[in-house]
Write a protein that binds this ligand. Sequence first.
Ligand code: ADP
Length: 718
Amino acid sequence: MNTVKKIFRILNFPLASWMVFLIGLLVTGYFSHREYKTMQKDAHQAFESEIQAIETAIKIKIEFYENVLYQTRAFLTVGRKISRDEFNHYVKSISLISRFPGIQALSYTVRIPTSELQSYEAQVRKEGNIDYHVWPTDKREEYFAIKYLSPLNWRNERAIGYDMFTESNRRAAMTKARDTGLPAMTKKLTLVQETKTDPQPGLILFLPIYSGDELTMSLEERRKNLTGFISSPFRTRDLFRSIFYEKILPVDFEIYDTKEMNVNNLLFDQDQTPHFQIKNFNPLFSQIKHIEIKGQIFTLFFSTLPTFENTIRFSHIWILLGGVVGTLLLTWIMFRTNMQAAESRRLHEKLFNESRRLNAVLQQMPEGVIISEPSGKLIMRNEQVDSLIGGFTTAIQLDEASGIKALNHEGKVYKNENWPLARSLNQGEIIKNEEMIIERESGKTTFLNVNSSPIKNDENQIIAGVVIFHDITEIKKIQSELEQAVSMRDEFLSIASHELKTPMTSLKLQIQMLLRKLEHTHESIDPLKPNIQGVLILIDKQVSTLNRLVEDMLDISRLRTGNLKIEVSSFSMGDLITETLLNLEDQIKLSGYSAPTVRFSGDLNGVWDRMRLGQVLINLITNSMKYGNKNLIDIQASGTADLVKVCVSDRGIGISNDDQLRIFDRFERAISPSEVSGLGLGLFISKQIIKAHGGDIWVKSVVNKGSTFTFEIPKISV
Ligand code: ADP
């Protein structure tokens, strides 16, 4: 799949790459083809000249040997009879074998009419060749017997007396020589001298001898005046080898004695294997030539040998290779360059789009945003900046001419180096929620929340900075309105609770007085005494509760105005606990609780605000009664050298972990008002009192198991 994708991508080459590729291949093709043609032409010329050289060498050689025949004829026809010894001497003197290699011998053949045969033979024998006879011996009109043959060796001796005219091939050449007066060559034959040792094909060249001047003779006269022949037999392999002196030719050549090339006609083969017998014979060049040598048509077959082919410079292949490699390289470079250009175009476009997107987002933001270079040069800013702040000469300082003043939260004008973006760019500071006040000449003031941060590269160098201005003028306005409302509420609470306190105190006193009076009244005087007493006790209890609520409200306003004062005196925490329990005795009973268990240990004396700590104890004990499910309440106080710790435990509804975190805050409750009434202020006030004593208060609780509230204060509060 990947390969297919790759091919597809490659096929997707940019046009320029394709052009380079195709032009490169075309140019390479053209030049390598041209080089190939030139190379072939040169090689063919070299081949031709080799052929020419071989052909010429053969012709010259034959010419040369022909001259020997002419020379011999001249010697034999000097006008007197030449004896056998003279002939031998002559042949020896011209160094036939060494100077004319390939020639087997020189022979002198004479024409003998039948009538003279016997006398002829007798005469030859008389000269010393005692076994001489003409052969074959069958009767015929005339005989052409080899009279002399030199040099006389075992091979040549076999031919002495032979009538070559009896053999058709020789006869044809002899007849042609006789009729033309010129040398004539036989076709391929086996020399009579040939034995089984190194047999070779043979050829014989005949030159006619006439009585009289053969140049002026007619055909008839030639036939009539023919006296014999000078001939030389060749062993072809020796002959052709001698032509080239065993030189190794780069070209193979084969010689056939007819136009047809087959084994029977083969006279000589330079490499001794006829080309038609070679499998996959495929030379670079080959050529067939027919030449005429002394009246005989010979076929020459030439073909290049590896030695020839190796000399050819196949430079076109190098051009082709170099060209293809070069083209591929060039195409690749072109492709890479194109790809890189496309990639950078794509990145550029992406960057451009991203920048446009960013710009669009920035313009849509309600906040003012400035992005700047480290030098302060603006990279980007949205329009909101103009409406929020106004003119800038650089991103790191306000334009002085703009008539706008920027103040920090202390109301001081920003110095250039303190300007948020300048701090981020110069010191790498990350600024969060810094308040800035913008004052305009028109008198309009804008409150801004400023965030500023440097932008760093991978090397942690600051490359830009971004600052965001958020308009908080409206929030500020609401905040101040809210603060005003709260302080008004507190004022109201303070006044209301003060106003309520006075009538409530006198109400409580009146009830107490009434109760005391009723105490002394006998039932017989007032039979309603028990009923009235019950109602009065209930009213007293309600007034006490009301009183506490008013006290709490008063305390809240005192806390807000910082007026919660601690008035210390020396007393024992144990005494305070006992006293508080005594005061609450009726309430505890009425609420259906049994008296709490109390345990003291250690020294419980200290210097504290007795009234306030009593308030804390009342709050904790009444809470245990409110949320304690009528189970036993337990109070413990323990003292050390420095501290006194008081724990109030119940076995009631308990408080969840989340609620434990917030019940010490103002108006925070863990229960709905419909279940148990309350303002959620008792624990808040208790915490403030304990804190004012330099101590701490906390709760440990498990839902449905109960709660333990503990406070710890130093013996001498700070
Ligand atoms: P109030 O009792 O008037 O609601 P407090 O500030 O005294 O206000 O107490 C705050 C809340 O803490 C109570 O509303 C109640 O939910 C919870 N709480 C206080 N004491 C106990 C306790 N002993 N057991 C369970 N819940 C308690």
